[in-house]
Every structure is written in structure tokens, then in C-alpha cells.
Design a protein around this ligand. Sequence first.
Ligand SMILES: Nc1ncnc2c1ncn2[C@@H]1O[C@H](COP(=O)(O)OP(=O)(O)OP(=O)(O)O)[C@@H](O)[C@H]1O
Length: 275
Amino acid sequence: MSSLSVSEAEKKTMSNVDSSPAVKVQDVSITYRTTFERVPTFKSAIVRFGRGERAVREVKAVQNVSFDVPHGSTIGIIGANGAGKSTLMRAIAGILPPTSGRIEVHGRVSTLLSLGVGFNAQLSGKENVVLGGLAAGLTRKQVQERYEEIEAFAELGEGFMEMPMRTYSSGMFARVAFAVAVHMDPDILLIDEALSAGDAKFKTKAADKMKELVTNSRTMFLVSHAMSSVRELCNDCIWIDKGKVMMRGEPKEVIDAYTHFLKVGAAEAVSLEDL
Ligand SMILES: Nc1ncnc2c1ncn2[C@@H]1O[C@H](COP(=O)(O)OP(=O)(O)OP(=O)(O)O)[C@@H](O)[C@H]1O
């Protein structure tokens, strides 16, 4: 590193890409097994005194997925409902262990998965910010130092940070969740549909903040159905379908292939945004 000339170092910073991967996903499969009571017919339910038959349903949500994500990338993860995007994000976040395969994560991860997971709705916004910060590994002092910035970023309005989060609208919830996630100093930020709940003004602000994080060489995963966000913010893209990687590459090309696959064509794809 020290032997690099200034111009080479600058180039490296501009390209935002470090040679070792921030995330390495190797042949990962994730299967959910759900047991449930099956009551086949009304008659047999009566015969069985209301007890159903125990059945197991397996869903192969992610199947043999492998990819590397270099430091400084902003990678969009796209695909239809139920494709396995959130499952993959939960595995990268370390919330859900893969059924098989291996995931390496190099750096500190901050997640914004399914908005505000981990928040306690009975507690105030302020209390949740503190808990979120401590859970992310910050010291109490560091949380206190960042609190004002987080509060200012969330812009909830007078007094709302002191109110229990159950009294918040989903957009307000999203604002706090986003503000916390981006102020945790993450090396790797996982964002799952975060922008969908905020209003237009907050979406712009959130997008600017994400661009700033990426400029500072952070790695970001953006799971989204909003193709415009992926096109605007990402420099890399993975399309997942039925738990498998269909395509990886330039966001524009991957989005084109995906929208073509959905048989809507590129023109209608714009009106599909923000679904
Ligand atoms: N906790 C769970 N238990 C059982 N099955 C699950 C669970 N979570 C997800 N699944 C199943 O795994 C598959 C992938 O779901 P996942 O939430 O990862 O999809 P997704 O691509 O994020 O979808 P969406 O765009 O609708 O958010 C689906 O078939 C879903 O029914």
C-alpha cells in the first residue's frame, strides 16, 4: 500500500474497490422446514377429534448460490417475490445459518432488514436508538455522541423520539431504522427494501446518505423492487429467481434481462417501479 504512488492510490480510491472480497458466499443453500397441522377434510377432522395430521413442508429458499462482493461495491439484489433475496440477506447478516455452504464476511455489518427488526415497539425511539447502537457494538458514550445526529437525520418532529414506537407510522419507523443503520459506522450495509416506506423527501435524503457511504468505500447490498433505485445507486447487480442466481453484472443489463423475463419489456418496467 505504502509503495503506491499518489495517482495510483487516488485511482484505487476512485474505483472504490479493494482486492479482497468484503463478502464471499460459497455454495450456500438454505432450506426452511416448517411443521404444521394438516386437516384434510371436515369429516376426517371430526373423526380425529379436531386433531390434524402433522405435516412437514420444506422450502428450498436458496440453492447453491456462490458469489464474491468486493469492498466498495454497491450491489443490487433483485428478483420476484419469494425469490430468496431476504433469506440470503439474513444469512449474510448472520441471523440465519445456511443449511449448507459457507459465508465469509470481512468487516462490520449493519443491517436494515425488513425495517426495524430488533426494535421494541413498546420502547421510545430514543431507547431503541440506544439499544440498537449497543447491539451494534458501540459503547454507551459513542451512542450518546451520535444520538443527536441520528435524531436530526430521522426528522420525526417535536417530541416523537420520546414516544413509544408503536405510535409511529410505518414511514416514521423506517426513518428511525434507517438513521440508526447508517450511523453505526458500518463497513458493510445490508438494506432490504428500506426505501419503500419513506416519503419522497426521505427517500432522496436516504439515497444521498447511501451514496455518501459508498463514496467512503463502504460495501452496500440493496434489496429492492424499485429498479430506479438499483440503477441509480448500484454498480453491480445480482438477479435471483427461485433461490438461484440467474445473472450477475452491470445493473442496467441485469435489470433489462429481469424485466424481459417478467415479460413486461423495458418501457413498462418504469411503471413497475415502487411496486
Ligand atoms: N421463516 C420462514 N419459514 C418458512 N419459509 C420461509 C420463511 N421465510 C421465507 N420463507 C420462504 O422462502 C422463500 C424465499 O423467501 P424470501 O423472503 O427470502 O423471498 P424474497 O425474495 O425476499 O421475497 P420478497 O420480494 O417477497 O420479499 C419463499 O418461498 C418463502 O415462502
